[in-house]
Design a protein around this ligand. Structure first.
Ligand code: SAH
Length: 493
């Protein structure tokens, strides 16, 4: 039985512009064949187990020839694999999507196509240019500006000028002077508004606007590079007024998000919404301790405890995993009172229909220990390397406890060169720290000996900040220990 090939449009760059259907296909993929223009944040959405095949251009190497790509898709599908072919923008718009389906059709391999948001519309949109507007045009034309080496452009400029519509050229950066000259020779007004949008919808987006006759010079002065779209027509005059993307509060800023992989998503997405260039570096990961005799013992004698305290969503996950493995559910917790360190952990409980009886006013271990209204014993389920502040505070109040490690934190990405270059490079890099262990994971990835003086560590709380300061990282601390407050802090920096 052959597998299936799903041709998925990855959109122009902003990972939020991948369609839901495209995401679903990606999450089910066993093999992902992708191009140069697909953003790393989208590649991060595929399952870790998926085989990744990069057929795009590498720095000095050439791209994989088209026939070979077609062959890879066919072979993998014939092996019975569920294959996703990820392409920039929309696969059928100058994307050779049709060519890739031909061989599959000949061999009776099932396929599907998930359209993507094309750069031809999205890049102008993020540059403040609506591709049509009732006041200035009644058609839109998308043209390839690709020039075979040594050949002249095969474009009917007279026909294009006659349409009086908006013209969008893809693959036209190197042919820009010829495109503009062609339009002028065909009688287009030299003052016609025009623009180039480079790396549209990404944090590195730039828009260069000029009159048609002056555009080649303006683009050259700005050293415009591919990928970029060229837009010609009255709608380009609206850009100054509609330019929303460049005005986002975090536009142009680099933010490194260090949360564990399973929780990185929402913080990264919210920072991207504010225009930040987000680098997802999940420097830590949590691994359940399995088997976990200490947890078995404690859970079998829950009657000995008055309180159950959780200090992270990962601790809540460990609790459910244990209950599920034993064929139990939340009723097993019976009369126990529940404490959560903060809203994130409270939400992890709420997902199972439980509401914590206590959440400290300040969301950290010290305040949880100092404020927990306990008379009897407390069962704590948390990480192996949990903060001593909690147990010290309980001990000081003569409250009995059992501190059970249910998972451990491991450091990922050891010694990432890319991350180090960013940290020590020009300009300030913001790094988000959501726990002391994310600081440790980050420092071990970058290298203890790095110069952290240009980093700003945006920390969720005091203990996290203290850990960062130990490594010479300048810090700012959120108003309270929540993701909302952390995002608020970063937006105000
Ligand atoms: N199928 C793609 C286009 C592939 S052709 C789509 O629908 O978007 C490649 C050309 O697309 C590039 O030369 C450039 O002109 C354009 N392009 C792709 N991504 C872009 C981006 N983020 N910003 C501007 N132009 C882009």
């Amino acid at each position: 039985m052959p597998g299936k090939v799903t041709l998925v449009g990855a959109g122009p760059g902003d990972p939020g512009l991948l369609t839901r259907k495209g995401l679903e296909a990606l999450q089910k993929a066993e093999v992902v064949v992708y191009d140069r223009l697909v953003s790393p944040a989208i590649l991060a959405m595929m399952p870790e187990t998926a085989e990744q095949i990069n057929v795009g251009k590498q720095a000095s190497r050439h791209p994989v020839p088209q026939e070979q790509i077609n062959r890879i898709l066919l072979d993998k599908a014939l092996e019975g694999k569920n294959v996703v072919r990820l392409k920039g923008g929309d696969p059928f718009l100058f994307g050779r999507g049709g060519e890739e389906l031909e061989l599959l059709a000949e061999h009776g391999v099932p396929f599907e196509e998930v359209p993507g948001i094309s750069s031809s519309i999205a890049a102008p949109a993020y540059g403040g240019i609506p591709v049509t507007h009732r006041d200035c045009c009644s058609s839109l034309h998308i043209i390839t500006g690709h020039q075979r080496s040594g050949k002249t452009l095969d474009i009917d400029f007279e026909a294009l000028v006659r349409t009086r519509g908006t013209l969008v050229f893809l693959m036209g950066v190197s042919a820009l002077p010829d495109i503009c000259a062609g339009l002028l020779a065909a009688g287009m007004e030299p003052a016609t508004p025009a623009a180039v949008v480079e790396r549209g919808t990404t944090p590195a987006q730039r828009r260069i606007s000029a009159a048609l006759a002056a555009l080649p010079e303006a683009a050259e002065a700005a050293k415009v590079e591919s990928p970029a779209v060229i837009v010609v027509g009255g709608v380009c005059a609206l850009a100054e007024q509609f330019d929303w993307f460049d005005k986002l509060p975090l536009k142009g800023r680099h933010v490194v998000v260090t949360r564990p992989k399973e929780r990185v998503g929402t913080l990264a997405a919210r920072l991207r919404e504010l225009g930040a260039d987000v680098w997802e570096y999940p420097c830590i990961a949590t691994r359940p301790l399995d088997p976990c005799p200490a947890m078995d013992d404690a859970m079998e004698r829950l009657g000995d405890y008055e309180w159950l305290a959780l200090t992270s969503p990962a601790g809540a996950d460990a609790l459910w995993r244990w209950l599920e493995a034993k064929g139990k559910d939340a009723r097993a917790l019976g009369g126990l009172r529940l404490a959560a360190i903060g809203p994130g952990t409270a939400r992890a409980l709420a997902a199972h229909g439980l509401r914590p009886d206590y959440v400290p006013a300040v969301y950290d271990a010290a305040h949880l220990g100092a404020g927990l209204p306990a008379a009897g014993r407390v069962l704590i389920l948390r990480a192996q390397e949990g903060s001593p502040a909690l147990t010290e505070a309980l001990a000081k109040r003569n409250i009995g406890f059992n501190d059970v490690a249910t998972y451990r934190t491991v450091y990922e990405n050891p010694r990432s060169r890319e991350l180090r270059e960013l940290v020590e490079g020009e300009g300030v890099t913001l790094v988000t720290f959501t726990s002391a262990s994310t600081v440790k994971g980050f420092v071990s990835s970058v290298g203890e000996d790095a110069d952290f003086s240009r980093v700003v560590g945006a920390c969720i709380g005091a203990q996290t900040a203290a850990e960062a300061e130990k490594h010479g990282i300048p810090v700012r601390v959120a108003r309270e220990a929540t993701m909302d407050a952390l995002v608020e802090l970063i937006a105000a920096l």
